[in-house]
Ligand binder design. Structure first.
Ligand code: FAD
Length: 380
């Protein structure tokens, strides 16, 4: 974030996150990419160093501060460093609000400390093989039978899908209804009938596990309902603004990281007797990208401060998600071009920024859906 928006505590936290990534993440990331997932240790170490669920109350292992600047620092530093495999952003930015807002007292006691310590990795399962954008059309059912729900169905593309221990699953408790039939259930690793498919092979984000989940007559106790039955769609919509801003934060982190590498490359690489940055085209491209990164940084930071003040609207969150991720994809493509053939080689960091970027326009609601939201807010 821009320094004038950070206080001393944030700057100290930022230094700690950078040191953590340098010591505990970067040296292992290539191995995790080969493994298709990160280690459990990095989650536990991140939890021990206060980088998980900072907004949880201190009694449950958080920092007790509801300030999205801390979340933004974690996400931007990881993605600036090209460390896209560690799913802290999902745990902190996407999942934590559900737990803070909708856990009852018993659920808080049962799960919160384990979530903040990294012992319990979390995920959210909305998307199904047959439906993604049209969330109200999900087919996974949870039919109440006495003191439990019986869950049947399947989910796909679930981030942290292999490693997660606690999954918030969007289900139809009333299959006759669309939006109003959706509820959120807490499914735990090991529940009978809850299984995982393979770790899906993606073009990027190789160290991030993404999986299918299957539910076959899973008996989920009614106390595992999150919030109120039938309110799931509302909860999802409510929390999506923060999730979408989080994707904007990732985008600016990656843009700044990709640019840093490219500026250095343009200084080092020689052609026709000079460094390639000296060609007018390279200089102009770098100038355009620097300008776009500066505008993006300002916009993202403004949205972070609005979120902190409770003023970030869903249409503005849609704007930042769509625009930031479009800029990210454009910038990483141009940065790769400036690397010439080396940019296409996976040993060069820019190649990873490039393949990691593409999904940003798809998940969290596609950019087309973002434009629908913005368009509707204009009265259409
Ligand atoms: C790496 C990765 C991680 C993911 N992580 C998660 C996760 O943790 N949890 C989870 O629940 N999901 C996750 N997803 C799923 C993701 O959110 C969906 O892929 C996304 O919402 C799009 O849904 P879909 O794939 O079914 O595409 P579809 O909805 O089938 O869309 C296909 C195309 O049609 C367009 N389209 C659809 N409807 C409209 C419309 N009304 N107007 C204009 N265009 C439209 C879309 O924009 C898109 O271009 C992940 C996906 C990926 C790839």
């Amino acid at each position: 974030m821009q320094e004038h928006l950070l206080e001393e505590e944030h700057l100290m936290f930022q230094d700690a996150v950078r040191a953590f990534i340098a010591k505990e993440v970067t040296p292992y990331h290539e191995q995790w990419e080969r493994d298709g997932q990160v280690s459990r240790e990095v989650w536990l170490k991140g939890g021990a160093q206060g980088m998980l669920c900072m907004d949880f109350p201190e009694e449950y292992g958080g920092l007790g501060v509801k300030d999205f600047r801390y979340n933004a620092i974690v996400s931007q530093e990881f993605f600036k460093a090209g460390a896209s495999g560690v799913g802290f952003f999902l745990h902190n930015d996407v999942m934590a609000p559900y737990f803070l807002e909708y856990f009852n007292e018993a659920q808080k006691k049962k799960y919160m400390s384990k979530i903040a310590s990294g012992e319990m990795i979390t995920a959210i399962a909305m998307t199904e093989p047959g439906t993604g954008s049209d969330l109200a059309n999900i087919k996974t059912t949870a039919i109440k039978k006495g003191d439990h729900y019986v869950v049947n169905g399947a989910k796909t593309f679930i981030t942290n899908g292999i490693m997660s221990d606690l999954v918030v699953v969007a289900v139809k408790t009333d299959p006759e209804q669309r939006h109003k039939g959706i509820s959120l259930l807490l499914l735990e690793r090991g529940m009978k009938g809850f299984t995982r498919g393979k770790n899906l092979d993606k073009i990027g984000m190789k160290a991030q596990d993404t999986a299918e989940l299957f539910f076959e007559d899973v008996e989920v106790p009614v106390e595992n309902l999150l919030g109120v039955e039938g309110q799931g769609f509302y909860y999802l919509m409510h929390n999506l603004a923060q999730e979408r801003l989080a994707l904007g934060v990732i985008a600016i982190g990656a843009v700044e990281g990709a640019l840093e590498h490219t500026v250095q490359y343009c200084k080092d690489r020689q052609a026709f007797g000079r460094s390639i940055g000296k060609f007018q085209n390279s200089r102009f491209k770098l100038a355009e990208m620097k300008t776009e990164a500066t505008i993006l940084r300002t916009f993202v930071d403004q949205c972070i401060m609005e979120l902190n003040d409770g003023k970030l609207t869903s249409e503005k969150a849609a704007m930042v998600k769509y625009w930031a991720t479009d800029i990210q994809c454009k910038v990483v493509d141009q940065c790769l071009q400036l690397h010439g053939g080396y940019g296409y080689m996976t040993e060069y960091p820019i190649a990873k920024y490039y393949v990691d970027a593409r999904v940003q326009k798809i998940y969290g609601g596609t950019n087309e859906i973002m434009k629908e939201i913005i368009g509707r807010s204009m009265g259409f």
